[in-house]
Ligand binder design. Structure first.
Ligand SMILES: [Cu+2]
Length: 267
């Protein structure tokens, strides 16, 4: 009896779990992102550096002790290598290290292709950088400026605030960027990405959040006095929360336009 009750509750739990997440897994496209690509390649570079460092460090230390001069007049007596042996000692280690470099270069090439290829079904946000703010234009015309942020608010808070670049989770986002004055750079630090924004050229960068989180955009190219104030938060929220936020912003913009028009007519 007790067993049966256990099984019943366990199956209910499993059913509840699947019922609550049917869309979740399907919503997130299973595509490689540049963020994960950079993390992987960087970890591999670090592992390589550690392995090579430890290997050569310990070998060097071992040789230092083993072949130390035991008295000041001691002269080393190494076995002379013939031409073929010397050549092998040069080429084989070189080939081993180059193989590792080629492997990393190939991974870097793949990663670069991922970073440059915008996935299908992505959402475009237009970015205009100027001294000293980022302005974001959403597909429905809503505009957000990084300088709209409320400086009294807690930047580490979890609720959405003015000036936040809000994006839906599981949607590849393309930032299509121009500058109205000098060179800026769009630095998505937590997403491991940056791309310059220049006058007279359109540049782009794409990224995707796999789960709700808060990170930052910072200008990473010195662009004048208030360069350090050129930043805002990137808030990734669920699709439903994103839709609600965007509708609210659209409503606010319409209201602002109407008030503005009414004031002009009054004058
Ligand atoms: Cu800047």
């Amino acid at each position: 009896m007790k067993h049966k009750a256990h099984r019943f509750f366990a199956s209910m739990l499993v059913a509840a779990f699947f019922a609550s997440t049917p869309g979740m897994a399907a919503e997130i496209p299973n595509i490689p992102t540049p963020t994960e690509g950079w993390n992987t390649v960087w970890h591999e570079v670090l592992i390589d550096l550690w392995v090579i460092g430890i290997l050569f460090g310990s070998l060097g230390a071992y040789f230092l002790v083993k072949y130390r001069a035991k008295d000041p007049d001691a002269v080393g007596s190494g076995k002379k290598l013939d031409f073929r042996q010397a050549l092998a000692w040069c080429l084989i280690p070189c080939a081993l290290f180059l193989a590792d470099d080629f492997m990393l270069a190939a991974k870097g090439w793949t990663l670069w292709n991922t970073q440059r290829t915008i996935p299908a079904g992505s959402m475009e946000i237009k970015v205009t950088a100027s001294q000293w703010n980022f302005t974001y234009e959403y597909p429905n015309g809503v505009e957000i400026s990084s300088t709209d942020r409320d400086t009294d608010k807690n930047l580490f808070g979890t609720e959405i605030m003015d000036g936040d670049l809000v994006i839906p989770v599981g949607k590849p986002i393309v930032m299509r960027m121009i500058s109205s004055d000098v060179i800026h750079s769009f630095g998505l630090t937590d997403y491991r990405l940056k791309e310059d924004i220049m006058p007279g050229r359109v540049t782009y960068i794409w990224f995707m959040a796999r789960k709700p989180n808060i990170s930052q955009v910072v200008c990473v190219e010195f662009c004048g006095t208030n360069h350090s104030g050129m930043y805002n938060r990137v808030v990734a929220v669920s699709k439903a929360n994103y839709d609600t936020w965007l509708a609210k912003k659209k409503q606010e913009a319409t209201l602002r336009r109407r008030t503005y028009a009414a004031n002009i007519i009054k004058r």
